[in-house]
Write a protein that binds this ligand. Structure first.
Ligand code: FAD
Length: 205
């Protein structure tokens, strides 16, 4: 996430009495019939009622070991969802299409449709597109579209007092991403600016 947006999210979580520990890892978990505690790399110990862990997901591709289907941690497919072996198609979270791992519902759905069309000899090419995301929790909302991390230019407006933030990124003078924090009313404008690849509004700056 963008640093200014991450700061606003952090402030909101603090207000909700959710303690976020940055730059910290769990080194040990304790408990026999249930998780009773976690030890951190900084030697602190936290008593726990339960532990929810989210440590990343990786496709189990062991079954491809003795095949010619090109893969590493992901199956390599082209834009028609063809693997390196004729008549074998793959799509969704387990694939890397043209070097990109999308890992979102909409992308998986589109890839599934393209794979089905390819199997039926209908030519359609998948275009890697970063899908818009909307996260909403009570008084906090975050909308993201496109690439907000890399840009040649950007325009942003931070209203820290009201925890509002708006940012547009530009590549080669055209809008390549939009980020809104607590500005849901701006979503149609932001989505349109991103989708229409609107030009950078301050030429030369
Ligand atoms: C916690 C979480 C939250 C998410 N939230 C969002 C979100 O808000 N928005 C969004 O766009 N995306 C979200 N995603 C990502 C989204 O769920 C995936 O991109 C999407 O489900 C990928 O679809 P898929 O069909 O490729 O894989 P999956 O939906 O994972 O389906 C794969 C299926 O294959 C089955 N399977 C696995 N191995 C075998 C085997 N050997 N034999 C037979 N069956 C097998 C699995 O049981 C599973 O049913 C989230 C993912 C997670 C884990």
């Amino acid at each position: 996430m963008d640093p200014a947006a991450a700061h606003l999210l952090h402030q909101y979580l603090k207000k909700e009495k959710i303690h976020v520990m940055l730059h910290t890892q769990i080194s040990n978990l304790y408990g026999i019939s249930r998780a009773e505690g976690a030890e951190l790399t900084n030697k602190k110990y936290i008593n726990t009622d339960f532990i929810v862990y989210a440590i990343g997901i990786q496709a189990d591709l062991d079954f491809l070991k003795n095949t010619d289907i090109k893969h590493d941690q992901l199956i390599h497919v082209d834009q028609a969802m063809r693997t390196s072996t004729a008549h074998i198609y793959a799509c969704g979270d387990a694939v890397r299409c043209d070097g990109v791992h999308a890992s979102l519902w909409k992308n998986a759905e589109q890839q599934g449709a393209i794979a089905a069309m390819s199997i039926c000899n209908k030519q359609h090419e998948y275009e890697n597109a970063v899908q818009p995301l909307l996260f909403q929790h009570d008084q906090f909302s975050c909308f993201m579209a496109g690439n907000i991390r890399q840009s040649d230019q950007y325009v942003e407006c931070l209203d820290e007092e009201n925890s509002k933030f708006e940012k547009y990124t530009y590549q080669n003078g055209l809008c390549s991403g939009a980020l809104l924090i607590n500005r849901k009313e701006q979503i149609p404008y932001a989505w349109n600016t991103y989708q229409s690849k609107a030009a950078y509004p301050f030429a030369g700056k």
